[in-house]
Design a protein around this ligand. Structure first.
Ligand code: FEO
Length: 390
């Protein structure tokens, strides 16, 4: 798919449509793109390389765009191998290229490339430093822990372009997702990959607010050219850990289906109370990353789980540990447990939920014995009232 930036700035990234799991953990049914950009001015600057998986196609794109010229600078926004994986090849092609990074970049670079980079020069930049290529000028802004320590973004002032590293990135190969809604897969990407680092993202957004940005070129997903306030606004909401929408996620962990039935029944009670958005998710079968995305998206969550081995059914434990590690916060939570002889799921869930910042557990905590019955109705209704009005 052809991506147009401008006369002097070319997209030379590649789609990866064969990858099974991005970062060996995220399903990407529509693949992912590794974006790389080339600025052709008096000097030629390359904005990041690509994952080694896409190196061959990227090299072809690079050489074609260069049309016989050489690369003077490689700007290294981020050293994670999905972007830095072809640095070695770039240096083989252009041995005297100058690598541009910050102090942390050059501390970490030899960990990935113990040899093979001796021929090239290095230019260490710090906050606000500039590099002039001719009519284009690059300014560098540090973005530590969005989501690695060496991350930096680059602003090109003549065309008002922000090269935003992983920020504003999205799952999905460009050739398979043209015209697709941005937020769904960008949100799943954000909360699962960057979610823990809300404060560093806030710091970066404050820096970006001081720049006149006409286009955002991220390292994954589409180039953003219009309505930039929409994307920046979502990043602001997400990184402040504010709910994006009013609604309830009902996440369940069911062994034989009885807890699932209770979860569905509870969801119906919420709908009857006028809760406009209720999402029910099976933690044992659905994409965990999608459920994590929904947990952050909505303002309320109900956890419904079977007891197991003196604790909670493992997929619920796993889910809560993910939320804990992504610093889930500022939400209201309800608990429903199921147990046939010694219900203990709620105690285990609460033990984890209580570690989360500004998360309120509403009463009552509901206990079901094996199968939901008439006698459970009252407690379920009471919890539905509490969640609906929270
Ligand atoms: Fe797309 Fe953090 O690498």
């Amino acid at each position: 798919m052809k991506v147009t930036i401008s006369d002097q700035i070319k997209y030379i990234g590649v789609d990866d449509t064969d990858i099974d799991l991005f970062e060996s953990q995220y399903v990407v049914p529509e693949g992912v793109s590794y974006n790389s950009y080339l600025i052709l001015d008096d000097k030629v600057a390359l904005m990041d390389t690509v994952d080694a998986r896409g190196m061959e196609a990227w090299e072809q794109n690079l050489l074609e765009a260069l049309a016989g010229r050489k690369v003077d600078y490689l700007i290294i926004s981020h050293l994670e191998p999905d972007h830095a994986g072809s640095i070695g090849r770039l240096v083989e092609l252009f041995p005297d290229v100058t690598l541009v990074g910050n102090a942390k970049t050059f501390q970490m670079l030899p960990q990935f490339f113990a040899k093979g980079l001796d021929s090239c020069g290095t230019l260490t930049v710090k906050e606000g430093d500039s590099l002039t290529l001719g009519t284009h000028t690059l300014s560098f802004y540090m973005a530590p822990m969005v989501h690695w320590p060496e991350v930096m973004v680059t602003y090109e002032s003549s065309e008002k372009i922000l090269f935003s590293a992983d920020g504003f990135g999205k799952f999905g190969a460009l050739s398979l997702t043209e015209g697709e809604d941005w937020a769904c897969e960008a949100r799943r990407y954000y909360f699962n990959i960057v979610g823990k680092y809300g404060n560093p993202v806030q710091a970066l957004l404050k820096k970006a607010a001081g720049l006149d940005i006409a286009m955002i070129c991220p390292l994954h997903g589409p180039v953003l050219k219009e309505n930039l306030g929409y994307y920046i606004g979502l990043y602001d909401t997400w990184s402040k850990y504010e709910p994006e929408n009013t609604g309830v996620l009902v996440a369940y962990a069911s062994i034989h289906g009885n807890t699932a039935k209770a979860a569905e029944c509870f969801a119906e009670m919420l709908r009857q109370r006028g809760v406009e958005k209720v999402v029910v998710s099976d933690l044992a079968r659905e994409d965990m990353a999608e459920v994590i995305e929904d947990a952050f998206r909505y303002d309320r969550m109900v956890l419904c789980a079977a007891s197991y081995d003196g604790g909670v059914f493992p997929c619920m434990q796993d889910f809560l540990h993910h939320l804990q590690s992504k610093t889930y916060q500022n939400r209201t939570v309800g608990l429903i447990e199921n147990g046939s002889w010694a219900p203990c799921a709620a105690k285990t869930m609460r033990g984890i939920v209580d570690t989360l910042k500004n998360v309120t557990v509403v009463e009552p905590v509901v206990t079901i014995r094996s199968v939901m019955k008439e006698t459970d109705q009252q407690a379920m209704e009471a919890l539905a009232d509490a969640i609906a009005h929270a």
